[in-house]
Design a protein around this ligand. Structure first.
Ligand SMILES: NC(=O)c1ccc[n+]([C@@H]2O[C@H](COP(=O)([O-])OP(=O)(O)OC[C@H]3O[C@@H](n4cnc5c(N)ncnc54)[C@H](O)[C@@H]3O)[C@@H](O)[C@H]2O)c1
Length: 298
């Protein structure tokens, strides 16, 4: 392999969220061709550093990532700093959003019209794009504890045929929503089951480390279908890290089984627990590398 250093902007120019959805869908349909030991975490006072090695087909790589919990971002523009070393690329929020896109495509009801996003940080724009790509969404609702940030993100999201509405009340934002995506570094379960529609799909993305959670226990207790990206990671770092829900493992499924068609999508209230997998980074980085080489005529 040749060596390239690709900046964030290079990556954004080489791959779109919609293109990445195809990469992630193919990855989960062929998960038997991958190897991935659990992430290694090293804690720091306001977050953690983590290393994420994986092999996808014949490409080996590792993501090196620092995640800070400072949601005020007084000192820095973003709270996640990541590099993927197969060829030095940072896939930024694109791959995370693409995974949400794939889970939403397979798990949400196809007639979904209202999508709510809780947390208006660095991940949000790509997440909105991914959900709107796989469903015919008419209204995007946004909520953030920081009302100014919520309004700013709403104003900056301009999409044909989609009404983007900032909310100042969480319950108003999620009630009647067909798809809810949570994108905060919260350590308290704030989303309650009693606020949810009878038919709803939730993407729980924010909890990706020990101690983080966005869903109240009643959500996990009452939804019909729980799907995780990877059992070892989710039971350590995702929404399902809190006992006694571990015992329910046999009733829960991994996303790869749904995408590959081994299991049907069943249930009116569905939940996808995402912690972010190294195989997603390596597959996306490999796709970008190949595209770069093609563009250079190599
Ligand atoms: N699962 C994955 O694969 C994956 C990948 C990337 C990031 N993440 C996680 O997603 C979360 C968001 O990442 P980011 O980069 O967008 O963070 P960010 O710091 O840029 O934005 C977080 C936003 O959430 C808001 N917020 C905090 N608590 C809230 C609450 N209780 N209710 C509503 N809003 C709240 C903050 O005001 C902020 O605007 C982080 O926890 C991050 O670690 C997960």
């Amino acid at each position: 392999m040749n060596t390239y250093f690709l900046s964030n902007q290079d990556v954004i120019d080489l791959i779109s969220v919609t293109e990445c959805i195809g990469v992630i869908e193919k990855l989960f349909a062929n998960i038997q061709k991958t190897q991935m030991p659990p992430k290694v975490y090293m804690e720091i006072p306001d977050g953690d550093f983590r290393s994420m090695p994986a092999i996808v087909d014949n490409t080996a790589g590792i993501k090196w990532c620092g995640v800070h919990l400072d949601s005020t971002k007084k000192k820095r523009k973003c709270n996640i700093f990541a590099k993927v070393l197969i060829n030095q690329v940072d896939t930024a929020a694109i791959r995370t959003a693409a995974v949400t896109g794939v889970a939403t495509k397979y798990m949400a009801r196809q007639d979904s019209k209202i999508a709510a996003f809780i947390g208006c940080g660095n991940q949000t724009r790509s997440q909105v794009e991914a959900v709107c790509h796989v469903l015919d969404i008419e209204q995007v609702r946004l909520f953030d504890l920081d009302e100014d940030r919520c309004r700013q993100v709403a104003v900056s999201l301009i999409m044909d045929g989609v009404d983007v509405v900032p909310y100042t009340d969480l319950i108003d934002c999620v009630k009647d929503a067909d798809v809810i995506t949570t994108l905060t570094p919260s350590r308290t379960g704030f989303l309650k089951h009693e606020w949810l529609k009878d038919k709803v799909h939730i993407n729980a993305v924010g909890a990706d480390a020990e101690g983080k959670r966005e869903l109240s226990p009643c959500v996990l207790e009452n939804v019909d279908l729980v799907v995780y990206d990877n059992w070892e990671q989710c039971s350590h770092s995702g929404e399902i890290q809190y006992t006694p829900y571990y015992e329910k493992k046999q009733d829960w499924f991994q996303l790869a089984d749904i995408v590959s068609g081994k299991l049907p999508r069943e249930g009116n209230q569905t939940l996808f627990d995402a912690t972010g997998l190294a195989i997603e980074d390596v597959a996306t980085a490999r796709y970008i590398y190949d595209k770069k080489e093609n563009l250079l005529g190599m």
